[in-house]
Design a protein. Sequence first.
Length: 363
Amino acid sequence: MANIGIICEYNPFHNGHLYHINKIKEMFKDSTLILVMSGNFTQRGIPSILAKDEKTLIVKKYGVDLVVELPFIYATESADIFADAAVTILNELKTDYIVFGSESNNIDNLINIANIQLNDKDFDNKVKAYLNEGINYPTAISKALKDKADIINTPNDLLAISYIKSIIKNNYNIKPISIQRTNDFHSKELENNIVSATAIREALDNNKDISSYVPKEVSKLLKNRSNINYFPYLKYKIITEGTDIKKYLTVDEGIENRILKVIDSCNTLEDLIKKVKTKRYTYNKLSRMFIHILCSLTKEEVIKNKNVKYIRVLGFNDLGRKHLNKIKKDITLPLITTPKYYNELLTIENRIDKIYDLISKNY
């Protein structure tokens, strides 16, 4: 029996995600499906519309056997850090394959690019040169690859490269497999029954019916839900802490001064991001930075907890329980199934959950 790993955020879980799971079930008839899932905040730097407990119940209903959490400290980081932590957890859980959606569905090219990024010194030098010009990291990567491989600039493929890099550099015995993505990740159009999570979130904000684009149980949970507006809390924190916000993760290169200069005139998060955005600071990077400020995630905390220190189980069915019982003696990290276990990283996670509960109580 194969152990299949997937890494997802499910914000929210939609028909495309269900297609992904069903496709895996077709490919691997007898398998255990293991999900590493972002909790209450996502890699794009936004709160999850549904809480992690709600998401866990949904994915168990639709075919996932074991759900574990990707801690906030990694879930809201850059693609490489996000991917490395998630793949490390999958490796600990004795995963044989990692299966991901891909716009190109060209696994050989993705592996080639991963090897270039890890081992090509010329590529590395070009990236550094572009960064010194003030270009943001994703653009620098793309420009440096121009003459070395087929250019990849779509989000699922870029994340897939990060997964593959983690497998290669850590010498994990996990095989990457891609599934053709069936829709445009960025599209906000509600055209077919499989649309992007972005389109669904925007539709919810505009009180549009999304029942055709998500499974029935998800549609019930999403009734009267919308994107969580945490800006008033963020604005208060920035104004009261002033330049002290520079201690938080991602607040670098004096950008705190730029934030403080405009914060009084901003009434929405979108407005703040637009006024602070530079060539170096992308929209998603700024979104992550503001989440780090909101949640008081300091650079010191991140340095202390650079490596994954535990595996937190969010849910499982009978098959997932059997898998855990089979491998638990071979897992090198603490396996947490109750909130009684203590370490600093879990303390951070508990703080994050309380902040999420606070900002989401009216949604």
